[in-house]
Design a protein around this ligand. Structure first.
Ligand code: ATP
Ligand code: MG
Length: 411
């Protein structure tokens, strides 16, 4: 059923400027949903011999190798040559691709230069994958034991080709019938805890579950195989039901859903709105919330109140509370939540204060100590947390916990 993948990001700029391999991050996530685990990732410069030797090594270990980058028209784009070298077959100009390239340039009243025409070159035996949003097609070399796929480096082009050509072929190859997948998102329980609760379901009759941990969330990737789509769908649904029954309200969503999107949907259902006042997360919660399209329907706004005097003047935190308990305290989180709710005119207010580190901790108030307040018409509750991890992880976990506190109140 499952086969493993390796990813290769091609491009000197990824090494020289230390740019993140965002294409690889996305491919890893999407392949995971198809039940294809990524076991290795490499960065390589634009040298065709080094690209070819990376492909050679990866193809010996994995059933799928995906390269991104280096398919463009410029001199430094050498992935095509590298694939030809690896297959030992020459590059041939594909007449269909050449026609399409000319047609594309004709739209702008131009003709492709000899250099640009290289984008119509395909290693003999490779299958070109049409690029719906750009000129460089992807390439697929399908051998019985391994598929090697090259995609352009431009993220939108890479995604478009993967979505339209690569993933459907992979799903068909993996299933040999039909394959249905779903990712369940779990929060409020540690990975080891979730693992213990569902481990007996990892391998079932035609079904597989894999567990992946993120910041403040655990993902369960479900896949089910069947003779056809209906059979696979039935199996998937049955498996999902069992998992949901075991994890109950800790399962907050599936597939594209995020904590912010499901919390927003719950607010909309309840006809209520949200406002936030953030100290240590300083806008991260507001950013997460507004990443959800349509969040203006339920999100009023937020205060970033880092300095104590702004907690007083903007969020209405009584000065005496700050003096008595300090900024990182239960009463201040409570006052921030209530201040956000009242001052910003929302039905629900979230208030966050904590010590994200690495400095600023003490024996009494260590790094990772965070208070999250939730104020609604029905009263205010405050959660005291002691979070592990570095500054970024503490801030991201805090945001997840704040959203989850509200979600649980609403459902
Ligand atoms: P082009 O036709 O634009 O030359 P290409 O297939 O040759 O496409 P590259 O030249 O390698 O691709 O990269 C084009 C751009 O795509 C890069 O400048 C960079 O902005 C982006 N890019 C390349 N590789 C990655 C990657 N692994 N992750 C995220 N972005 C990338
Ligand atoms: Mg390029």
């Amino acid at each position: 059923v499952a086969f493993a993948a390796e990813l290769i990001a091609v491009g000197s700029e990824l090494l020289r400027f230390g740019r993140r391999d965002g294409n690889g991050d996305w491919l890893q996530e999407m392949l995971g949903r198809l039940g294809i685990e990524v076991l290795g990732r490499a960065l390589v410069d634009d040298d065709p011999r080094r690209i070819a030797s990376q492909v050679e090594a990866a193809a010996a270990r994995a059933g799928l190798v995906v390269l991104t980058g280096g398919l463009g028209p410029t001199e430094d784009d050498r992935t095509r040559e590298a694939l030809a070298a690896w297959t030992g077959r020459p590059l041939r100009r594909d007449p269909d691709l050449q026609r399409a390239l000319h047609a594309r340039f004709a739209l702008y009243g131009r003709t492709p230069s000899p250099q640009q025409q290289r984008q119509a070159d395909v290693p003999e035996g490779a299958i070109p994958l049409d690029n719906p949003v750009g000129s460089a097609p992807g390439l697929l070399v399908a051998r019985p034991d391994v598929w090697v796929v090259a995609l352009p480096g431009v993220p939108a082009e890479m995604r478009a080709i993967a979505d339209t050509h690569l993933f459907p072929r992979l799903a068909a190859r993996a299933a040999g019938g039909a394959l249905r997948t779903r990712v369940l998102h779990v929060t409020g329980r540690m990975e080891s805890d979730v693992d213990a609760a569902v481990a007996d379901l990892y391998e079932g009759e035609g079904t597989v579950v894999t567990i992946l941990a993120g910041a403040g969330e655990v993902h369960l990737a479900l896949r089910a195989q069947g003779a056809d789509g209906v059979a696979a769908g039935d199996r998937l649904r049955a498996l999902e039901e069992v998992l949901r029954a075991r994890l109950a309200e800790n399962v907050f969503g599936a597939d594209e859903e995020t904590l912010a999107s499901v919390t927003g949907a719950a607010l909309v259902r309840a006809g209520r709105t949200l406002a936030v006042a953030e100290s240590c997360t300083a806008g991260l919660l507001a950013a997460e919330v507004t990443a959800v399209p349509g969040s203006s329907a339920w999100f009023r706004g937020g205060l970033v109140v880092y300095a104590d005097d702004l907690k007083v003047t903007l969020a209405g935190v009584p000065e005496a509370l700050l003096r008595e308990h300090g900024a990182v305290s239960e009463p201040v989180a409570r006052a921030l939540a209530e201040g956000a709710r009242q001052r910003l005119g929302a039905d629900c207010g979230l208030g966050i204060t904590g010590i994200a580190g690495p400095g600023g901790g003490s024996a009494e108030k260590p790094v990772g100590l965070v208070f999250v307040g939730l104020a609604t018409g029905g009263g205010t509750e405050v959660k005291r947390l002691h979070l592990p991890g570095d500054r970024e992880l503490i801030r991201r976990r805090t945001v997840a916990i704040a959203l989850d506190l509200l979600r649980r109140r609403l459902v």
